[in-house]
Design a binder for this molecule. Structure first.
Ligand code: ADP
Length: 161
């Protein structure tokens, strides 16, 4: 079984990596799909986010990283994959995630969205929190892989953006 794990990944955190690792153990193939959305004010470019994801998952042979723009359902049908995985951290994630899953189901009835509950040690963790800590020169070493920490320090070298 092949699954797509879509998101912004701006940047990847240990929370994302936990979901990816667990998916790689349960499914034959995992496609991490980075959303290329110009409207979002991203810190890292799509290319940078892909590079950081590839470095963080290079030990997982059945995981590949790709990007998409437009509707997720169009990308999923193009890939011939009808299973999406999303992570759930806290109850407040559920409202938005359910809305999105139901809209996607309406537009693409074959599509199933599977939710993986975050491991408790990462349930507080988000990319936006990591960006904020890094912007003020806080230590993000326990939230993100080393390559991401280096990339964040590089981004904020001259002060916060
Ligand atoms: P989006 O911008 O689509 O919310 P993110 O890059 O923030 O994308 O997250 C992608 C997916 O990973 C989402 O399903 C999100 O709920 C999940 N996720 C993010 N952080 C964590 C975490 N700490 N633990 C588990 N899942 C997470």
């Amino acid at each position: 079984m092949r699954v797509i794990y879509p998101g912004s990944f701006d940047p990847i955190t240990y929370g994302h990596l936990d979901i990816i690792t667990r998916c790689s153990e349960k499914f034959d193939e995992v496609i991490i799909a980075v959303l290329n959305n110009n409207k979002k004010n991203n810190l890292f470019s799509v290319e940078e986010r892909i590079e950081l994801l590839e470095k963080a998952t290079k030990h997982l042979p059945n995981v590949e990283t790709d990007s998409f723009s437009g509707l997720l359902i169009d990308y999923a049908s193009e890939k011939g994959c009808s299973t999406i995985v999303r992570g759930l951290r806290v109850v407040s994630d559920l409202e938005y995630e359910m809305q999105m899953a139901l809209v996607n189901k309406k537009l693409y009835p074959d599509l199933e969205t599977l939710f993986l509950v975050s491991s408790s040690e990462f349930s507080f963790l988000s990319s936006s929190l990591v960006r904020e800590v890094a912007a003020f020169k806080g230590d993000v070493g326990c939230f993100v892989p080393k390559d991401v920490e280096i990339a964040l320090n590089e981004k904020f070298k001259g002060g916060s953006k």
